[in-house]
Ligand binder design. Structure first.
Ligand code: LM2
Ligand code: CA
Length: 480
């Protein structure tokens, strides 16, 4: 369950947070497919509690496993998966099976059906009070693994996955998604479920759909949300036996690094598990920010970089996409100030579609995935896929550079001094167009150019007073 099953050399998924299925389908065809994105993580697709003012987090309060939410219904979901698969973009669903909703009275879901959360009654599944962990308790002590798994996470009614009945319902939901052609699942709140129960569930999930174009015997990609920054009873290393884990340490380290509060040169040993306590590369899904920590939910704190700090954010994303560690995920957000605020919506609560003007999203959507500095680094990662990290250089401080074999080269300057340095790029001789500041159009580079000599050396310059970009990236497909 550790292979995302991307098409061809694709490497990276984007989380289209709160997007509607119809809009995602169109984005796959218009942009993600042609530009080389490998997949889309969609927000929870099953029926959820309708909350006042429609905060984004209502989608983490399930009412049933019917596919119906503000993103669309089952037909629209099916159509989206088909259209995205057709253009080489896989779909991954965020699944919430640790718990059902919290209390609400009256409580109704996105299909209009009602439930009685205070009586632990969810007729749409159906679950009744005997399917939940008893006695009811609230997680307070993260040093007690049983409490973390069997008590309620902030009042969300906690399912008992040791029951066959509960597992059967979860597996049925997962298998339905697989029949509809998805390539994998994010498992929300995996930390709050027992690894042994999850293993039983994973074993019983179907192989990926042959009809949707997956090779025979493909297992779904499963990446589990286990927030482990150390010092708690539950460890992420309990979860990486057969499935992947989201490595939350990664974005925090990158936040410190690209804010200039750590030392970039320390990243030379990023894959040293003992030093960083990060998952082995093949088990890790990484991101710079996610829907939780970009707004102060979950873990991470104020060091997390987001679209609100564009220069440092683009540097961190470029590092993530240039460096071979992990499976990479790009966040795509909507503009927010209030951390509870839901996506752009009309007065009836219907989500307003992103509109694209000159390649940029408007109407309250940020669409980081359409930023040229980001999608061109996705293409960089696809191009250098499988190449070794070579020619590591640092000034011992916050200026670094490295190549990926002989195909790509990146340099970063996160300090107050200019970077002006002759460096070995690993690249063949020629004039290259920096894909951060421009691209090749009609044989001309619209950004900075760099001349690489016959020995692979080049003078690399990133000035500290450049307010837009602190990174430079060259690759063999952007050669003049
Ligand atoms: C996750 N990881 O384990 C998600 O990534 C995260 O976004 C979810 O929390 C969490 N698990 C549960 O699925 C979010 C949000 C919470 C919110 C819950 C449920 O971060 O703040 O809790 O979804 O909607 C909200 C209220 C909370 C209240 C709870 C129950 O913020 O104060 O607790 O609903 O009504 C009484
Ligand atoms: Ca639990």
């Amino acid at each position: 369950h550790k292979d995302p099953h991307y098409v061809g050399d694709r490497t990276t998924m984007v989380h289209l947070f709160e997007w509607k299925f119809n809009d995602i389908a169109k984005e796959c065809e218009d942009f993600l497919g042609p530009m080389g994105y490998g997949g889309v993580q969609v927000s929870p697709v099953n029926e959820n509690l309708v909350m006042d003012n429609r905060p984004w987090f209502e989608r983490y309060q399930p009412i049933s496993y019917k596919i119906i939410s503000r993103s669309g219904n089952e037909d629209e979901f099916k159509d989206m998966v088909k259209r995205c698969n057709k253009v080489g973009v896989r779909i991954y669903v965020d699944t919430v099976v640790n718990h059902m909703s919290g209390d609400a009275n009256p409580a109704y879901g996105t299909s209009g059906a009602s439930a009685k959360p205070n009586e632990l009654s969810y007729p749409g599944v159906p679950y009744s009070s005997k399917n939940f962990n008893h006695p009811t308790c609230t997680i307070q002590n993260y040093n007690n693994a049983t409490e973390v798994r069997n008590c309620e996470l902030s009042g969300l009614h906690d399912l008992d996955q040791s029951q066959k009945y509960v597992r059967d319902k979860i597996i049925k939901f997962f298998n339905k998604l697989i029949d509809l052609g998805v390539a994998g699942l994010r498992v929300d709140a995996a930390k709050h479920m027992w690894p042994k129960d999850l293993e039983v569930i994973y074993k019983r999930i179907k192989k990926l759909s042959r009809k949707a174009g997956f090779p025979p015997k493909s297992l779904p990609y499963i990446y589990q949300e286990v927030i482990d920054l150390g010092g708690e009873a539950v460890s992420k290393f309990e979860y990486n036996k057969t499935a992947a884990v989201i490595e939350f340490q990664y974005g925090i380290v990158m936040g410190y690094m690209f804010r200039g509060e750590d030392n970039l040169s320390r990243l030379s040993s990023l894959e040293d598990t003992n030093k960083w306590r990060m998952m082995p590369s093949r088990d890790a899904l990484v991101m710079i920010d996610n829907h939780d920590n970009q707004r102060g939910h979950g873990a991470g704190g104020e060091k997390i970089l987001t679209y609100k700090d564009p220069k440092m954010y683009k540097m961190a994303i470029a590092f993530m996409l240039a460096h071979p560690y992990g499976q990479t995920r790009v966040m795509s957000s909507y503009v927010f100030d209030d951390p509870s605020q839901g996506p752009p919506a009309d007065s009836n609560g219907n989500i307003i579609s992103p509109e694209i003007v000159d390649g940029k999203c408007v109407k309250g959507w940020v669409c980081e995935h359409r930023w040229p500095q980001i999608y061109r680094m996705v293409q960089f990662r696809n191009l250098v896929n499988g190449e070794k990290l070579e020619n590591w250089w640092s000034n011992g401080n916050n200026q670094i550079a490295f190549s990926r074999g002989g195909k790509g080269f990146v340099a970063f300057n996160a300090e107050k001094d200019d970077l002006k340095q002759g460096l070995q790029t690993g690249l063949p001789e020629g004039v290259y167009c920096d894909v951060i500041t421009g691209e090749v159009v009609d044989g001309k580079c619209s950004g900075r150019t760099v001349e690489v000599d016959a020995k692979g050396n080049a003078l690399i310059e990133i000035l500290s007073n450049d307010t837009d970009e602190g990174v430079l990236a060259l690759h063999i497909q952007a050669k003049l």
